[in-house]
Design a protein around this ligand. Structure first.
Ligand SMILES: N[C@@H](CCC(=O)N[C@@H](CS)C(=O)NCC(=O)O)C(=O)O
Length: 370
């Protein structure tokens, strides 16, 4: 599996299968995530243990919960990746989710599987629960969170999302829904998924456009229990854009650089894409307008007429039929669709960035019509 391009030779020589995660500890290369977690637990005992001591009832329960995670994984994919027997696969998934939820409630005082404190059980479940919530909303129009049906699952997510360590690794629904199919070999959309996927992809004409609706723990389709701070989120997006100016321009210019439709296993992550640097001046001018709007607002009178003119001055005469549009527009679209959470920005800031890219695109299109 090489969904995201070739890995360096130095890595492949140690991990011939090319799979992640992997660690090298005391000269030993360890590849399975559950083995990695146990090894770290064993090698670095100077912290609160994340597993109960061997031979205790709690330990047996933790081990049984690890097996339940495998069942959850299998029933989640059994529904997500199959187009047949939608109702049956959904029932199977729901009955396992109910078991998971009951286990979260089993030890009083929750919110975690083993009670008050996070453990390896939570860490094992985290990637699967997070991806299940995202992918089932997108492909099946099905909300696991925030519906009142599994309050223990909601409490678990809320508790996890108060942890900075978790938020440093957590993706948003959009990112997951586009990185899962290359890994899984495809996901199956049912008729309920169509409207939700349009919302999550910003294709509904509203969800990625200004003014953005408020973001909170009961937001649909993507709840966000920490809420948002729009001013700070916009500032964060602007800071990232400005401090990475050169790399961002080059990345955006991959948009007009794609002269042919490309067949890559992960369309949003094309390791062989190349930038059309001849349009650098336009892309730079366009992104300056976006940075300005993120910092001070989008009021029409604040938008620099000059900037818009520069950003749209170059026409795509060097571009083939694949993108018969202004290069800076194609660049802004390319970037809008590829902002990755959390690699590039946290979700609330990424959302602001995507919406400001759409606003910028509208400004450039309107200028083209004048
Ligand atoms: N059993 C492994 C799963 C390994 C695995 O499937 N890794 C995927 C990412 S989740 C991978 O490395 N894919 C390689 C690629 O896409 O290039 C574990 O849990 O550690």
């Amino acid at each position: 599996m090489r969904c995201y391009g070739d890995k360096p030779k130095s890595f492949m020589s140690k991990v011939p299968g090319g799979m992640l995660p992997v660690i090298e500890l005391d000269g030993r290369v360890v590849k399975e995530s559950n083995v990695i977690m146990s090894l770290l637990e064993e090698k670095f005992p100077e912290h609160r243990p994340l597993m109960p001591p061997k031979g205790t009832r709690e330990r047996l329960r933790a081990e049984a919960l690890m097996k339940l995670e495998r069942q959850f994984f299998s029933d989640w994919l059994g529904w997500l990746c199959n187009g047949w027997d939608d109702a049956g696969n959904r029932r199977k998934f729901e009955s396992t989710l109910t078991l998971v939820s009951k286990e979260m409630e089993a030890v009083g005082g929750g919110p975690y599987f083993m009670g008050q404190d996070i453990s390896l059980v939570d860490i094992t479940f985290t990637p699967m629960l997070e991806r299940a919530a995202a992918s089932l909303a997108y492909y099946k129009g099905y909300y696991m969170r925030g519906q009142g049906r599994w309050p223990a699952i909601d409490r678990w997510f809320d508790a996890m999302e108060q942890r900075d360590t978790y938020m440093g690794t957590r993706s948003d629904y959009y990112t997951h829904c586009h990185d899962l199919p290359p890994q899984l070999g495809g996901c199956e959309m049912n008729s309920d998924g169509k409207a939700v996927s349009a919302m999550l992809d910003g294709r509904d004409g509203r969800s990625w456009h200004l003014p953005l609706p408020p973001l909170n723990a009961s937001s649909v389709p993507e709840p966000y229990s920490r809420g948002e701070h729009p001013d700070r989120d916009r500032l964060q997006a602007a800071a990232k854009l400005i401090t990475n100016r050169e790399a961002v321009i080059k990345f955006g210019l991959r948009g007009p650089g794609q002269t042919e439709p490309r067949t890559v296993s992960a369309p949003l992550c094309d390791p062989t894409a190349f930038p059309a640097m001849e349009y650098e001046a336009s892309m730079d001018a366009a992104l300056r307008i976006a940075a300005h709007a993120l910092l001070v607002g989008t009021d029409a009178h604040m938008v620099s007429e000059h900037g818009i003119k520069v950003s749209t001055a170059q026409n795509g005469s060097n571009m083939s039929g694949a993108h018969p549009t202004t290069p800076a527009i194609s660049g802004a679209e390319y970037m809008r669709d590829r902002v990755c959470v959390p690699r590039d920005l946290p979700y609330p800031a990424a959302r602001q960035f995507r919406a400001h890219m759409n606003w910028l695109i509208d400004q450039m299109k309107q200028n083209g019509q004048k």
